[in-house]
Design a protein around this ligand. Sequence first.
Ligand code: NAI
Length: 337
Amino acid sequence: MSEPLRVLITGAAGQIAYSLLYSIAKGDVFGANQPIALHLLDIEVMNNVLNGVVMELQDCALPLLKEVIATHEYPKAFKDVDVAILVGAMPRREGMERKDLLKANVKIFKGQGEALNQYAKKTAKILVVGNPANTNCFICRKYAPSIPSENFTCLTRLDQNRAQGQIAQKLKESNVLVSSLDVSNVTIWGNHSSTQYPDVNHAVVNIQGKAVPAREAVKDDNYLDGAFIETVQKRGAAVIAARKLSSAMSAAKAICDHMRDWWTGTAAGQWVSMGVVSDGSYATETGLVFSFPVNISGGAWSIVQGLSISDKAKERIGITLNELVEEKNDAVAVCSD
Ligand code: NAI
C-alpha cells in the first residue's frame, strides 16, 4: 500500500464535515487502495465536538484510515497536506445576505491561504466550499503564491447536481424515466450564488442508450429558460428555509464528486463544472474564480472551449461576472484593512 494521502478538512466539527468524513475515510473519493491521513481543523471552542467526531471515526473501523490529526492550530493542520477541503466558515442563516457573510469569511481564507503557502505541499489540490466560495478561493489563492493557480478550485458541483436532478424530475412528468446521472453537460457559469447561470444549451440526456439534447427531451423552453434556472439558483435558500440549516448531505456528496473527478478524470465527451481561476475564456476577467465547464485528465482540468453562447446566455454570464468582480473588490478591500 502507498503512503497515506494527507487530506485536510476544515470546519471538521460542522454539519457538512459530518456527512463528508465517512465517505473520504472509506475510500469513495481517492480510491479503495489509497490510505488516508485526515487532518481535521476547527476553531478552539469546538475542541470537544471535534473529539467526538474523532471517536466516531475510530468506531467506524475503516481500514484505509491510518491517522487522524484533530487540531485548532494551523501549523499542525496544514503541515504537508496533499488535499485541502476548506469547508469551515460562518454559514449563511435564513434571511442573511451573502455580502454580510463576505466580510466575516474572507479574512478566514486570507489566513488559510497564508497557512497553505507556508505548510502545505506545493502540489496540494485545494477545494474551497465555505461561502462566498468563489471569492474565498480568490483570496486564498492570492495569499498562497507558492502554490500553482490551477490547484485552487471552488465548489459549484452542488449546483450542477441540482440542475441534473431538476431535469430528471421534469422528464418524469412526461413519463421519461431517467436518473440525474443520465443528464450530462449541464454547465454552471459564474458564482455559487443566486446569480449563477445553470445552462442547459449543450446538455444531453441519455434516454434508453440514445443521447438526446436536453431541450429536445424536455420540450419546454419556457420552463428551461425560466422556472428551471430560478429553482437551481435559489435551491440553497429553499433548503435553508425548510431545514433552518444550509445544505449539508448534498454538499458533502458534491464535494466527493468534485474531488473524485479531479483525481480520476471526466468521462470521454463529458464535462463538469468547477470554480477555477479564469484565463479570460468566455469574456470573463482573468484571475477571477469563475465556474466553467471543464474536462479533467491526469489530475489537470482545462476549460471546455468553443461552446456557442447565445446573446441571452451572454447576458446571464455577464450578470454573474459583474457580481464576482464586485465581491472580489470588496474582499480585497476587507483584506487590506
Ligand atoms: P457549520 O456551521 O455546521 O460548520 C462550520 C464549521 O466551521 C463549524 O464547526 C465552525 O466552528 C467551523 N469554523 C468556523 N471558522 C473556522 C475557521 N476559521 N477554521 C476552521 N473551522 C472554522 O456549517 P456547514 O453547514 O458545515 O457549512 C460550512 C460552509 O459551507 C458554509 O460557509 C456554507 O455556506 C458553505 N456551503 C457551501 C456550499 C457550496 O456549494 N459551495 C454548499 C453548502 C454550504
